[in-house]
Design a binder for this molecule. Structure first.
Ligand code: ADP
Ligand code: MG
Length: 352
């Protein structure tokens, strides 16, 4: 059991989509555990899906934003702004039992929803890291770790599986999420920006410099000074690499290949930043075994993904047929599902 953050320093690669699919499938296949999803993103996309999709989910998020206290991650952050250096042990008050709102979600999945108010609060969180006690920076960076601790105590468990959906930018909330997590799942797509992002994750998190002239990130320096922990890279998920609408299949392949080389290179230079899966055999020695342990591909789920997100139905629970999407009909084919459901199931089976 561990805390997994889904992060890449790039938007639109599938962090939220995969957080939703992975957390639901993990909860379904681990009915003996309670699973926690933390949505640390102001867009709250993963929360919207979990709470029922574009119609129901958005309505629920609106309701939560006027609840008092606000039962979202922003509610918790507000409470910590008022007590930055002492945990109030109140984290469990913000939990939502998702099944009570969306019947398609496994009953053992709990959520602390994302909230657009995070943006407004960000400068106050950053502000709290500066004055105050010598270890202010470290105390503030532990807020989400405190929150997870509160949930563990309230559930009376010593261990917990948590999935954190992050904002792409390496802002204060992503920093807090990184400090709270043990393992990192990095979704990427087939483009040059993804290739750059693969490198910048290394610098931003671990301070690995590409060139001598580069600066180390302040986060990596301070994390070391304060001896805070960092996540290890658990896997890279190439998402939607098989999109058919690329004009040049060859150019597309070249990009995917270049990203593969980049990732392999990261491993060869920095194997200590990776989490070698005990279930996946010994540390990889060649590119093929590396790929087997650390790289996955998630196919483009086409109409099924649209229905899954719009209605908040995990793809593994979706059935073939016609679905009504806010007034329009979408058809999900069994042949699509036959490919996509095992794809998500297999990915989740590799997550301990
Ligand atoms: N495997 C997939 N198949 C089909 N659509 C996908 C898939 N993964 C992501 N998407 C879509 O791509 C868009 C970006 O995904 P999202 O999860 O919001 O990215 P991020 O959170 O990294 O910004 C969304 O519209 C999402 O529905
Ligand atoms: Mg997102």
């Amino acid at each position: 059991m561990a805390t997994y953050a889904l992060w890449n320093n790039k938007g639109g690669v599938g962090k939220s989509y995969l957080s939703f699919q992975i957390a639901c499938e993990y909860a379904r296949t681990h009915p003996e555990q309670n699973i926690l999803v933390l949505d640390v993103c102001p867009q709250a996309n993963a929360s919207s899906m979990l709470l029922g999709g574009i119609h129901r989910g958005e309505t629920e998020l609106n309701k939560l934003s006027i609840s008092n206290p606000r039962r979202t991650i922003a509610g918790y952050i507000r409470s910590r702004i008022s007590s930055p250096y002492h945990s109030l042990r109140n984290g469990a008050e913000y939990l939502l039992h998702v099944k009570q709102i969306n019947k398609y979600i496994p009953g053992n999945l709990f959520l602390i929803p994302g909230d657009e108010e995070l943006e407004i609060l960000a400068s106050r969180v950053t502000g709290a890291t500066m004055p105050g006690p010598d270890d202010a920076w470290s105390k503030v960076h532990l807020w989400l770790s405190d929150l997870i601790q509160d949930v563990k105590q309230s559930w009376k468990v010593s261990d917990l599986t948590v999935f954190i959906d992050c904002n792409p930018s390496f802002g204060i909330y992503t920093e807090l999420a990184m400090t709270a997590s043990d393992r990192l799942i990095v979704p990427f797509s087939a483009d040059g920006a993804s290739r750059r992002a693969v490198r910048s994750v290394l610098n931003l998190l671990f301070g690995v410099k590409r060139d001598e002239g580069n600066q180390r990130s302040e986060y990596s320096v301070k994390t070391k000074d304060f001896r805070l922990s960092l996540p290890q890279i658990y896997c890279y998920v190439g998402n939607r690499l098989t999109q058919a609408n690329y004009s040049s299949a060859n150019a597309f392949k070249t990009v995917v290949e270049a990203i593969g080389t980049e990732i392999w290179d990261v491993w060869r230079r920095n194997p200590n930043h990776f989490y070698v899966h005990p279930t996946g055999g010994p540390p990889p020695r060649d590119r093929l075994s590396f790929k087997r342990m650390f790289q996955y591909e998630v196919v483009d789920a086409n109409t099924a993904s649209v229905v899954s997100q719009a209605l908040g139905i995990p793809i593994v629970e979706l059935t073939a047929g016609k679905w009504n999407l806010v007034g329009k009909t979408a058809t999900v084919n069994q042949s699509q599902l036959d490919k996509q459901q095992p794809n998500i199931r297999d990915l989740v089976a590799t997550i301990e």
